[in-house]
Structures are given as structure tokens and as C-alpha cells.
Design a protein around this ligand. Structure first.
Ligand code: GTP
Ligand code: MG
Length: 471
């Protein structure tokens, strides 16, 4: 079979009239792979390369068909199941056909190439979801929720993304925006026809609507910190002297051997990163080089990175060797975490009881001090409880359902809040209504960017390019 080069990405293929195809399952080997085809000619295109009991042309919607994908020289490429879904009850609202093949990389690629020979265009990143948006099935914040569901690493993050996909955020935003638009329209009439005896909007009413909408916008903005945590995890720097067991802590929490552990002080040089779920909360763990004065050039860089990662972290996880004295070096390291939330793990508890934990408590009244063993796992259940208490669902759910997890939404809400503040201030200081009216429209515009009701095309393009191909 002649190889077909994937078409170069370009404006041409964003054309909604084209039938597109892509492998929608992850690259690699698995039980099955799914190749998704969407567009006006989806059924005909697949029919050209499919041999089953009957052609797919007459297949009713939402039916599954057994058969084979056949190469140009009539040899069998794979035994497949084909699902035919006709518009409009599909993900893209277009005709969609999904071909389930055996999960080999070569097989799914050959099937995709066959489809391209038959006239399909390779889908761009996010193009299926973009079509769902362009065809009005979902709005922009729901499309973004699709990415979040795919990339969710904890149950909490996944639940929040599902809520967003269900349109909870959209309906909140739409309601706020509609209030502003109707207010602005009534103000406009009063401005344009000042002499008519129309039912005028009073300054008081305008100000009240601005303040109410501002309060609702701020309430959403207040959830953004929890939202960032939900999405990106708590960035947690594991810090401590060399050889205290920092890498062992990362390994036991992630149940991997990702970080190299040896009894040689100065083992870790680079910052090792791993996402783990602890107490239902996602932590982005950063295992760092043990902090000490060193002449080793490579280790020196590691120590510098370690200091930097503490600065950028949400949480410092300071590890101390409980089988040795609480030293001045330990104290210096705890001081680096001053002003941060800090949990101290007094490690190696399996080596016998010591006073080290009490000494740490005396030194640092604000620190949460836990005795653990990265060797046996003792004490890590208490650690998980502590994390759940600090960042878990109880802490998040106070915000009443909707949580802003997306930086783009946050920026748009900030702009809306700013515009509403300006409008309210203008009214209070007795400026003409047109001035406030401009700000109120700007606030409505900013809110509209969240759902995509009012947004520039290039921003939309940019959002969908963050998707993976096949989604
Ligand atoms: N007995 C005991 N040994 C431990 C425990 N945690 C770590 N160790 C041992 O301590 C040594 C150092 O562990 P690492 O995890 O490499 O320590 P580190 O802090 O990452 O060291 P550097 O990367 O050199 O800064 C290894 O020999 C580990 O097996 C523990 O809880 N109990
Ligand atoms: Mg290490």
C-alpha cells in the first residue's frame, strides 16, 4: 500500500465541510484502537474501505457492524467493528463513524491511511471537539472541560470537569451576562431617546445590578485558587539534608522507583517530578538535591535548584533524619521554608525512638511534625489525612459547586470584575450614564469570552490547538 503523507496542517483543513479522521486512542499498543471519522461523507468514506455483510450506506444510526478493512489491493488490513452514528445525535453533530481495530500501532495507522486515500482529511488537534463547539453542541467552557476530563489525575478534578461539561459554569456565566446585556440595552434606550417618556432605569438600579454582578463574579474568582490546585496539583518541594530519605519519600508516595535511592549523600542532583494522589488530593512532588555546602559543581547546581523549588512551591515537605540529632543544618533548611506551609517528616522511625520530633516541634511551633518511615511506610496514613484536611474536598466544596480551574476563565472574570467596578464608581461619582454603559458592555463581553458567546476566532483556534489529535 502506498504511504500517504499526513497533510500539512494549515487553514485548509479547518474547513467544516471536510470529512476528517484520526486515531482517537493513545499512541501505543492496547487491546483495541479507535479511529474516528466525522463529516458529511463519513459513512461513504468508511464504506469505501470496509467489507462487511452489507454496505454501511443504509445502516441505521447508532448501530455496530462487523467486517474487515481492506487495502487498495483487496487484502485484509484488519478485522474490525464499525459504529455508525448519524447526525445530529453525535459528539460533533455530524455523521460520525468509529472503527475499532486491534490495538497495534501499525494496524491503526494503516486504517487511517486507507481512510485518507478514500478522501478523509487528517484531523487537527482538537478538531472533533472544535466541531462540537462550532455546531453548537457545546460551548467553549464545556469544550475546555473535555480537555480537563482527559487530563484529570484525581477523582476531584474529574468530578469538577464533569460539572463544567454539564454546563454548570456556562449557565452561571450566561445568567450574569444576560443581566448585564439587558441592563445595557435599557440604558442605551434612555441615552438615545432622553426626551421620550420611557420607563427610565434609575441610577440606583444600575448601580445595584453592577454591584450584584460584581459580587457574583468575585465569588467565582475566589474559587480560582482551589481550582488551580485541582488542576495542577499542590506543588510540593521535598527538601532536607543529603541522605535523610527525600527520594525514598517520593518513591513510597508514588509507589515507583522513580527517584534513585542510595546510601551515598548527594545522590539526587536534578529535580525529579512526580504526580501522586494523597488523601484524594493531587500533589506535584518535587524531589530535590539534599541541601549542603559542596564543592561538586554538578551537586552545587542541584542545591541551587532545590532552593528555587522551595520558593515556587505551595507546600514544603521537609524531611529530617529521626535517627540522628536535629542539627543546625536541619534548622537552616526549615528556615528556607519560612512563610510557606510546611510539613516536617521525621523519617527513619523504624530505626528506633528518638527525641528528634520533639526537638523539631520546639524549634518550629507552626510546623506540622509527623514521624514516618519511608522504608516501612509507617506514618504515611497520618500524612494522607493531614493533606486531605488541608486541601481535600471538604476544603474545596465550600465554594458551592462551581470551581474556576481554567486560567483563561480566571483572566476573563478579572476583566469583568474590573469593568463592573469602574461602572459602579462612575455612577457613584455622578458621571453620565454612557460612561457606565461602556464598562457594563465591556464586562458582558469579558463574560462572553468564557462560554465563547463573544470571542475572537484566533482565540478559539488557540484553545483547540491545546487538545490532542483525535479528540
Ligand atoms: N532505615 C531506613 N532507611 C531509610 C529510610 N528512608 C531512607 N532510608 C535510607 O537512607 C538512604 C538515603 O535515602 P535517599 O532516599 O536516597 O535520601 P535522599 O534524602 O534522597 O538523599 P540525597 O539525594 O543524597 O539528598 C538510603 O540508603 C535509604 O535506603 C527509612 O525510613 N528507614
Ligand atoms: Mg535523593
Amino acid at each position: 500500500m502506498e504511504k500517504i503523507k499526513p497533510a500539512e496542517a494549515g487553514g485548509e483543513y479547518t474547513d467544516i465541510n471536510k470529512t476528517i479522521a484520526a486515531i482517537s486512542t493513545p499512541v501505543g499498543t492496547g487491546g483495541i484502537a479507535v479511529i474516528r471519522v466525522s463529516g458529511e461523507r463519513a459513512v461513504q468514506t468508511v464504506d469505501m474501505v470496509f467489507r462487511g455483510k452489507e454496505p454501511l450506506g443504509q445502516a441505521p444510526t447508532h448501530t455496530v457492524h462487523y467486517g474487515h478493512i481492506i487495502s487498495a489491493d483487496a487484502t485484509v488490513i484488519d478485522e474490525v467493528l464499525v459504529t455508525v452514528m448519524r447526525a445530529p445525535r453525535t459528539f460533533t453533530r455530524e455523521d460520525v463513524v468509529e472503527i475499532s481495530t486491534h490495538g497495534g500501532l501499525a494496524v491503526s495507522r494503516m486504517v487511517l491511511e486507507r481512510l485518507i486515500e478514500a478522501g478523509a482529511y487528517p484531523a487537527e488537534a482538537g478538531e472533533f471537539t472544535k466541531r462540537a463547539f462550532l455546531n453548537g453542541r457545546i460551548d467553549l467552557s464545556q469544550a475546555e472541560a473535555v480537555i480537563d476530563i482527559i487530563s484529570a489525575r484525581t477523582n476531584e478534578a474529574q468530578k469538577n470537569a464533569q460539572t463544567q461539561l454539564a454546563g454548570t459554569l456556562s449557565s452561571k456565566i450566561d445568567a450574569l451576562r444576560e443581566t448585564l446585556i439587558s441592563l445595557s440595552a435599557r440604558m442605551q434606550v434612555a441615552i438615545d431617546y432622553p426626551d421620550e417618556d420611557l420607563e427610565n432605569v434609575t441610577i440606583n438600579e444600575i448601580e445595584r445590578v453592577c454591584r450584584d454582578t460584581l459580587a457574583a463574579t468575585r465569588a467565582l474568582l475566589d474559587t480560582a485558587d482551589s481550582g488551580r490546585i485541582l488542576r495542577e496539583g499542590i506543588s510540593t518541594a521535598i527538601i532536607g539534608r543529603p541522605n535523610v530519605g527525600k527520594s525514598s519519600v517520593l518513591n513510597i508516595l508514588s509507589q515507583t522507583e522513580k527517584s534513585i535511592v542510595t546510601d551515598i549523600p548527594g545522590t539526587t542532583r536534578d529535580v525529579v517530578e512526580e504526580y501522586v494522589s494523597v488523601g484524594g488530593v493531587m500533589l506535584r512532588l518535587l524531589d530535590t538535591a539534599g541541601i549542603r555546602d559542596t564543592d561538586d559543581a554538578v551537586e552545587k547546581i542541584g542545591v541551587e535548584r532545590s532552593r528555587k523549588s522551595i520558593e515556587e512551591a505551595d507546600l514544603a515537605l521537609a524531611v529530617i533524619n529521626g535517627s540522628s540529632e536535629f542539627s543546625d543544618d536541619d534548622k537552616a533548611i526549615l528556615r528556607l521554608a519560612d512563610g510557606k506551609r510546611c510539613i516536617v517528616l521525621v523519617n527513619k522511625s523504624d530505626l528506633g525512638a528518638s527525641n528528634t520530633a520533639d526537638d523539631v516541634r520546639d524549634f518550629c511551633a507552626d510546623c506540622d511534625v509527623l514521624e514516618v518511615s519511608a522504608k516501612t511506610g509507617a506514618g504515611f496514613d497520618v500524612f494522607a489525612d493531614r493533606i486531605a484536611g488541608l486541601y481535600g474536598s471538604g476544603a474545596l466544596s465550600q465554594s458551592g459547586g462551581v470551581i474556576i480551574t481554567n486560567a483563561r476563565h480566571r483572566a476573563a472574570l478579572s476583566r469583568a470584575a474590573e469593568a463592573l467596578e469602574k461602572a459602579a464608581d462612575a455612577l457613584v461619582s455622578g458621571m453620565p450614564q454612557d460612561i457606565a454603559s461602556i464598562d457594563i458592555s465591556a464586562a458582558a463581553q469579558a463574560l462572553g469570552e468564557i462560554t465563547g458567546a463573544a470571542i475572537a476566532d484566533d482565540v478559539v483556534e488557540n484553545i483547540f490547538h491545546n487538545f490532542c489529535v483525535g479528540k
